[in-house]
Design a protein. Sequence first.
Length: 392
Amino acid sequence: AKPKHQPGRHFLQIPGPSNVPDRVLRAIDRPTMDHRGPDFGRLGREVLDRLKPVFGTEGPVIIFPGSGTGAWEAALVNTLSPGDRVLMFETGHFATLWQEMARKLGIVTEFVPGDWRSGVDAAAIEARLAEDSTHSIKAVAVVHNETSTGVTSDIGAVRRAIDAAGHPALLFVDTVSSLASIEYRHDEWGVDVTVTGSQKGLMLPPGLGFNAVSEKARSVAKTARLPRAYWDWEAMLGINPTGYFPYTPATNLLYGLNEALILLVEEEGLPAVFARHQRHGEATRRAVRTWGLEVLCRNPAEYSPVLTAVMTPDGHDADALRATILERSNMSLGNGLGRLKGRVFRIGHLGDFNDLMLVGTLAGVEMGLATAGVPYTKGGVQAAMDYLGGNR
Ligand code: PLP
């Protein structure tokens, strides 16, 4: 059958890839340049410098052509040796996938079980590290914003727990869905490797993976023995100060990254970006509560400003609701991942996003609840508008 034209813009309200600003799309839509030519070095240096405040670091940030998954692997293979022990937390689907990757690479993982509705328990980290008197645990790896659940973890508290135990473990943090959306301080929190991707808070298409690397991590990398080739940091760090890369970089995505960083850091300003996400998160939760539905995240201190995972009532399949909304309103929402399949839908409120886009998003959900026959109370969109109107 002939594809049907859907007038108006598609609403891409999954929690990443997020909406890409038109200015960023236009920056990408330029002739590809010689990545060894004289103009490229300037672009490379600009982008690598502009990234630093977003990570909250004075140290180097590495950009790989790849995705967040590749950046996960880079963090592990540069710093660890076969049989090394890593402490990880089951905050949800992404923490589980990172843990499975570590195992496949020959790392021994201790995976603290979780309920997929809560963040990392820093006290449990402190207790476990305090017991580890031989320092057999080489790293603690946590997810800052668990995209499958809409739950954040307090990275500063994880740092304090490691210090309180007097333990030398490295700290790895996945910020794939938090960086440039939620305040983050790589240096201040003593993070050794920060992992992220391009397609969420950085408002780019998918295709780049990042590592911010501490001096300690770089020094440990000298003796780490897991095999690595493509992901080897040193090849990058050797040439990056000149603005060049050891192999062909994703040139056009770097044009886009430079433009996105101008928007985020220089024009809107990161504090305003973070506040915008907080405000949209609160408005969304007010809508959800008015509908009489439950937010998956248990603890208000851990609510995600990036996305809200909403539980559907028993007997009502969240995927059927999402399919109705896609068909009727041309809007994509995030599905339930792993053990949450069919039980939740996820509303992304990240990236290039404003009040009217949020109201449209919530209207699409509210109409979808009615059409799909999910029991709810009217007025969620109104509750969100009342909050947004009173909170500029
Ligand atoms: N970590 C988190 C928290 C994510 O949300 C994702 C993807 O959504 C990943 C890791 C994996 O990143 P990618 O899909 O870019 O490989």
